[in-house]
Design a protein around this ligand. Sequence first.
Ligand code: PBG
Length: 336
Amino acid sequence: MSEQPRQYLAIRPRRMRKNTFSRRLMQEHVLTTNDLIYPVFVLEGENREEEVASMPGVWRQSVDKLLETAAECVALGIPALALFPVVDQQYKSLTADEAWNPQGLVPRTVRALKAAYPELGIITDVALDPYTTHGQDGVIDDTGYVLNDETVAILVKQALCHAEAGADVVAPSDMMDGRIGAIRDALEEAGHIYTNILAYSAKYASAFYGPFRDAVGSSANLGKSNKYNYQMDPANSDEALREVALDLEEGADMVMVKPGMPYLDIVRRVKQEFGVPTYAYQVSGEYAMLKAASQNGWLDEKAVVMEAMLGFKRAGADGILTYYAMDIARWLRDSA
Ligand code: PBG
């Protein structure tokens, strides 16, 4: 059969891209402030603010200052904050007892935030790394190995302490086995039946967490050790689905994939397979990359950040934890 060259192009994808109206009509995904969770760092004291060196624009704040940030978040329509403590060295120990002290920094901050802004969702991090002298997410044996069941017992106390202080969502980021089920049982038993669990289900052992560890001051404690025996290997993706399945069976309401941009395939697979509320964490190292390149004038900050957000939405994320949340909310507001 002879191939006659076609005379006309029946299909011209560029037709739909020619005008603004048709580009708008065929837009498949849209980012709104409803998609944003803002991670914040709280420290002891009053009237204190310290910028994180490797994360320009991100601050560690004392509670009074954090309340001002929270007010701005409410005004911008950001649904929730994820709270991370910067714990003074004197409160760190081998057994992380400070993690479940009802008068500790996190419960005090949660109470202050919930009293001032009851409608603002407060998500707390459940993991022991801010409280251990060695910077691991759990308690260790003589060889430095992180013990699973012993750690889970402490995580349960920590989650209960947060729920009692009024946290709306507890978010275990430790990657111990069975922690979601143990925390869910304890919450139910204590009558906290409406406390949500956001499970860091597919949390990878990532070098992109570097700036965060500086921010909370755990990197020096961690030293040269790593988290390979509990966080996931970046080489794996089926394993992520098994982790998500377990956390859902054990009672998670929401699941998370972390880091974000290098793991969008995982976000997609999780959303497709389970169809549950799925979140992605654009972590500290991702923020640092975008910020540094923007500050050098190498990237257009707003354009790349908004493009990255659409990547998360396309992959299937229902929401994104991002240090850019306040900037994004302002950009969205100003372009509305
Ligand atoms: C610790 C925790 C980490 C992050 C959130 N919770 C660091 C780690 O696992 O070492 C990283 C967040 C970020 O890099 O932005 N449980």
